[in-house]
Design a protein around this ligand. Sequence first.
Ligand SMILES: NC(=O)c1ccc[n+]([C@@H]2O[C@H](COP(=O)([O-])OP(=O)(O)OC[C@H]3O[C@@H](n4cnc5c(N)ncnc54)[C@H](O)[C@@H]3O)[C@@H](O)[C@H]2O)c1
Length: 271
Amino acid sequence: MRTTDPEQIDFRKKFELHDKVIVISGACGLIGRAFCEAAAQFGAHIVCADIPQADPEKFAQHLSERHGRKMIGFPLNVAIKTEVIALREKVLAEFGRIDGLVCGHQNKSHLKFEPFEDVSEDNWDTVVEINLRGTFLLCQVIGCYMAEQGKGSIINIPSTYSVVAPNQNLYAGTSLGCPAAYSASKGGIDALSRYLASYWAARNVRVNMITPHGVWNNHEKQFEENFARFSPMQRLSYNHEVAPALVYLLSDASSYVTGDNMLVEGGWTVW
Ligand SMILES: NC(=O)c1ccc[n+]([C@@H]2O[C@H](COP(=O)([O-])OP(=O)(O)OC[C@H]3O[C@@H](n4cnc5c(N)ncnc54)[C@H](O)[C@@H]3O)[C@@H](O)[C@H]2O)c1
């Protein structure tokens, strides 16, 4: 609206996702579940996309019953283009439109820490293929549809470890680690997101990022203690602390925001 008078604006309405159709990959994961619940609470229809083993259809049915609104699940591998195209076609057949895309998947094999000297090409390729190629394909297949429609919001998920390097002391005395392939794939997601933000800005498709950090998931005690020592806020975060950023970036509240990487990292990178 062309006005300088803020009283003409219903600011709460700007955050609504009422009847918007939002596709979320990695929907059944730790952060994905919080993304789905938060967007659903703000009125969205959620398309839960995840690998078959995660049973996204069952999760979508649960969300649908909980919110009394149509939600669908779609099993796929985001790294396979035909499956991503099938996802888009299914959503358009069921809802007739797609308003938002959230690329929240990740490959887990990076958690099996290999020292950099020993990283196998296979492990490298798997991480990059799923994290980066999967995000590329979702953006290409669904983002192109949005660009044709002249509207849409895409949110990709890089990592603190594409912003700064991992502090190796964080992992002392734990079985955890952060391999280079994870950082590299996330750096690619960051660069791709900025590229697309510029590429599609004039088509009214906004492309932003959310960078979570240290989201609590019953971590080893030693890891939690180490994390507290290196974090300005001295604690891990929770998935429900990440999800509100998604509501903002999906909604009209962020209508003039594109190419942004919203850091939800407790100040990890400020010192
Ligand atoms: N948890 C954290 O502390 C943290 C920190 C920074 C960034 N991130 C990022 O946030 C996102 C979500 O993280 P999370 O902790 O919820 O991860 P998670 O492992 O709990 O969930 C990831 C989901 O992706 C799905 N997935 C894996 N391979 C897939 C494929 N080929 N196709 C479709 N789906 C696939 C998994 O089944 C799973 O449900 C990831 O991109 C992750 O890298 C997480």
